[in-house]
Every structure is written in C-alpha cells, then in structure tokens.
Design a binder for this molecule. Structure first.
Ligand code: NAP
Length: 363
C-alpha cells in the first residue's frame, strides 16, 4: 500500500483530518507514517491507526520515502522543507493546508466540488503540489456555488466573523482560559459586572499571547498581516484565491473586512452581492440549494436563523448554512446573505482528505 506521510496531524486542522479519515475508513487504503516537528521518537496512539512512533518531520531522507505527503503544519514548514525535497529529486504529491504555496504557478488550490476538472487536468499535466484554500474562501465558494457556476455575479463585498480556532489549537485554548479568568466575577452585582470584567481583560498582566488583544468579550477587526493597500492579507486572499480556483480573468472583484470573534469553531460571513441581472429570491434559493449537497438553506426567519444559521449549529458538520437572503435598498440586483460553515472541515481538512483520495487513485 502507498506510503503517506502526515505532518501536523495533532494541530486543529490535522486532528479534524484524522477524525474524518478514520470515520471514512481512509486509513485502510494507505500506509500512514506520522511525523512531528517537536515530538520525534515519541510513541502515540492515533485514532484509527493505533500505536505509532513519531518520525522527525525535518528528516529529508525519511520524507523522501513517502509517495504522498499531507501537511497541516503551516507555511514556515512548507517553505523550509518542500524545496529541499524537490531539490533532492522527490517526485511525490504534496498536499498542504498552509497558504505558502497557494498562489504559486506550479500548485493548484483544491476545492474539488468546484474545480474537480481543473484538478484532474493538473494531475494529467504532472502537477504535484495541491493546496487547500483559505478557510473563508472555500466556505464562501461552496455557499454561493449556484451563482458562481452560472457567472451571475458582478462583485462581492464580504464581512467575515472568524472563530479563534482558525488561528490554531493554542489560540482556542487561550480563549477558553481567558473566558474562565475574566468571567470569575460577582455576577449578582450587575452594576459592577461589566466594570470588573473590563478591568480584568484590559489589565496588562491578563494572559494574551495568541492575538494582539484578548479575544475574551472582544472582537479584533484585523486578521493576518497588513498590506500596503490597506487590506489585511486575509482580506486579500478572498479575491486572489477565489479567482485562481475559478481560473477567472478578468478577476471577479471581492473585498471586505475580516474580523476575529470569540467563537471557538466555524466561520461566518455576511455577503453583499451585485448580480449581473435581477433574479427573484426564490430562484436564487433554488440555485444555491441545487449547486451542491452541503448547502442548507435557512428561511429568512428569526427562529430558524437562531436554530440553523449559527456557528454552534454547524460546528462539527459539513453543512454550509446559507440564510438571511434578501434584496437590498441599493437596487434589485443587490442582494445580501449570511453563511456559516465549519472552517476546520470544508474550510480545511475536507478538501485535503478528498485530494488525498484523488491522488491515491492515481499513484
Ligand atoms: P495548529 O493547531 O497550531 O497546529 C500546528 C502544529 O502546532 C501542530 O501540528 C503541532 O506540531 C504544533 N503544536 C504545538 N502545540 C500544540 C498543541 N497544544 N496542540 C496541537 N498542536 C500543537 O495549526 P492549525 O490551525 O491546524 O493550522 C495548520 C495550517 O493550516 C496553518 O498553515 C493554517 O494557516 C492552515 N489552516 C488552518 C485553518 C484553521 O481553521 N485552523 C483553516 C485553514 C487552513 P508538532 O506536532 O510538530 O509539534
């Protein structure tokens, strides 16, 4: 059986990937080899696989023996290791969750329900590097696949509300820790409640290393590095990656503001879309629902929204909830909708898992 190396399997994306693979019996069709950047030599018991001694994720000679490498470790690791492997003549498939390779000419951003044909063509041409897209981009594209497919959109303005687990396991642990520290106040005195929490969270010794400000009882409207044009890098990815996936020129304009919110898991996005022509809301709903099997349309109703269109409603599922669909005051061609999906599943692990299976069918 094919040897597949896994790096980053214990992080947020990696552990969700392991669970999905276990549930789908994916380990039965490959020989997994587990690596670590920090725990080489340790014996671990990995879901669905059993005991395994961790290999050194920097050992090029061992990595060279893999036919496929799946990494959920991060961009620094990719930038360091992949050139060394390729320069040593490694011909295997590299499947990656990190952003580093996404815009490289010799790599394909994978979201096979949307660009499955492009993936197959790239494999035919000998492309070996396949990268999962940015989480909000993949979730947004699945949500509006019905409109993208028929080329009905002029532009998109998108505001995201992104969970802390989008920044990794440590960020999620820090938020839970902060909430418990901040919330440990006298809640019977509503007059001092907010002031006591505010004093704690804004004190200079409040634990905060993962973000520029504590996320407990807070939001942060800046994700990733600043760019010269005023965007954050996370905001830049929306247009760049979506158009690469769609292979669209001229590019479909997309912009917005990405906001980190104190949610543990699942990213939400509010979209304003200019359509190329006026389309009845019922027809839009049908197009969205028919485009793929994961869209769950939620009627524009407060109770149904509260039940089905929240991070809590979709976490740990492959559902792409889409709701709040309405026309706007701007014009009949300007619509708004809200979408939420699990950024660790369709936003990260699931496109990689599916790409691994596509590669396994080839090697
Ligand atoms: P992560 O949770 O920070 O895990 C990355 C690595 O950190 C792990 O593989 C592990 O490596 C190490 N680590 C250190 N302390 C850990 C701890 N307490 N628990 C678990 N792992 C720990 O990162 P991630 O969120 O999975 O992201 C991996 C890559 O995917 C990044 O490039 C990210 O940008 C991308 N991505 C993430 C998301 C998301 O929603 N999180 C979505 C799409 C793409 P060792 O075992 O080698 O020490």
């Amino acid at each position: 059986m094919r040897k597949v190396g896994f790096i980053g399997w214990r992080g947020m994306v990696g552990s969700v990937l392991m669970t999905r693979m276990y549930k789908n019996n994916d380990f039965e069709s490959l020989t997994p080899v587990f690596f670590s950047t920090s725990q080489k030599g340790q014996q671990v018991d990995i879901l669905g696989v059993g005991a395994s001694v961790l290999k050194d994720a920097y050992a090029i000679d061992v990595l060279m023996q893999m036919e496929i490498i799946v990494t959920c470790q991060g961009s620094d690791y990719t930038a360091d290791i992949l050139p060394k492997l390729r320069n040593s003549g490694w011909q295997g498939y590299w499947i990656d969750a990190a952003s580093h390779l996404r815009m490289h000419d010799d790599s394909v951003i994978v979201l096979d329900p949307i660009n499955g044909d492009s993936i197959q063509k790239a494999l035919d041409k000998g492309v070996k590097n396949f990268v999962g897209g940015n989480c909000t981009v993949s979730l947004m594209m699945l949500a509006i696949q019905g409109l993208l497919k028929e080329d009905l959109i002029n532009w998109i303005s998108v505001m995201s509300y992104q969970a802390v687990s989008g920044a990794g396991a440590k960020a999620m642990i820090e938020l839970v820790n902060q909430m418990s520290l901040a919330g440990n106040v006298d809640i019977t005195d509503s007059l001092t409640l907010e002031r006591d929490i505010h004093t704690k969270v804004s004190s200079s010794d409040f634990p905060c290393t993962e973000f520029l400000t504590p996320m407990a009882y807070n939001i942060l409207p800046f994700i990733d590095a600043p760019l010269a044009n005023g965007q954050s890098k996370e905001e830049w990815k929306a247009q760049a990656e979506m158009n690469k996936i769609l292979q669209k020129t001229p590019a479909l304009p997309i912009d917005g503001i990405c906001v980190r919110v104190p949610v543990l898991r699942a990213h939400s996005q509010a979209l304003t879309i200019e359509l190329k022509k006026s389309i009845a809301l019922n027809d839009i709903q049908q197009k969205l629902e028919k485009a793929n099997e994961w869209v769950r349309f939620v009627d524009n109703d407060p109770k149904l929204t509260a039940k089905h269109l929240t991070p809590m409603a979709v976490s740990n599922t492959l559902d792409i909830a889409v709701g709040r669909l309405k026309k706007t005051n701007l014009s009949d061609r300007h619509i708004q909708l809200f979408t939420v999906g699990d950024q660790l599943l369709w936003g990260a692990a699931e496109p990689l898992r599916r790409m691994l299976n596509i590669c396994l069918a080839r090697v």
